[in-house]
Write a protein that binds this ligand. Sequence first.
Ligand code: DX5
Ligand code: ZN
Length: 220
Amino acid sequence: MATPRIAPSMLSSDFANLASEAERMVRCGADWLHMDIMDGHFVPNLTIGAPVIESLRKHTKAYLDCHLMVTNPLDYVEPLGKAGASGFTFHVEVSKDNWRELVRQIKLKGMRPGVSLKPGTPIEEVFPLVEAEDPVQMVLVMTVEPGFGGQKFMPEMMDKVRTLRKKYPSLDIEVDGGLGPSTIDLAASAGANCIVAGSSVFGAPDPAQVISLLRKTVEN
Ligand code: DX5
Ligand code: ZN
């Protein structure tokens, strides 16, 4: 079975105190830190880029799981590699012509490649990337429209997760958007093993308790 990973989304953290927020999440039991990189073009929101990842890297050894909600992901590969990103997940909607090159460059720069898809994108679109000679190592199934934290989980996306899990028993399958104690059962039973959670973790009085509940549900 694929290893469970709980990845708090730093989008819900206090960006003015990113280093201490990251440290707090690691102390609370986070496996990965999910970093949402948005360009104000692919999605109607603008967040952080390589300079912030580089600064954060000086304060933590944690796996930085970067989710690129940008129109030109290839432009970000070199800067993010240099900055110390760990995972680089691009969107299939903007890489139809160059995903092979993207995957090659991401690996060359020492990062782990992943592909993500928006709710309206059919799951079949990622199959070639998983089955390629030089494949992506994770599929991120969006369970909300990308762009903002705090939205409602879309349970109908679990069909995509089930399809992937059936086809690829050991693939890392990540879900992102609206995950928390009330939705984790659906995601875990569909076969997701990497869980991104922003508002449910940062908004909880005891984030460690939420992280541990998410992990236990995925493990079972
Ligand atoms: C949304 C981002 C998510 C977001 C999740 O576009 O990709 O990572 O931060 O936040 P929650 O868990 O609050 O839905
Ligand atoms: Zn994300």
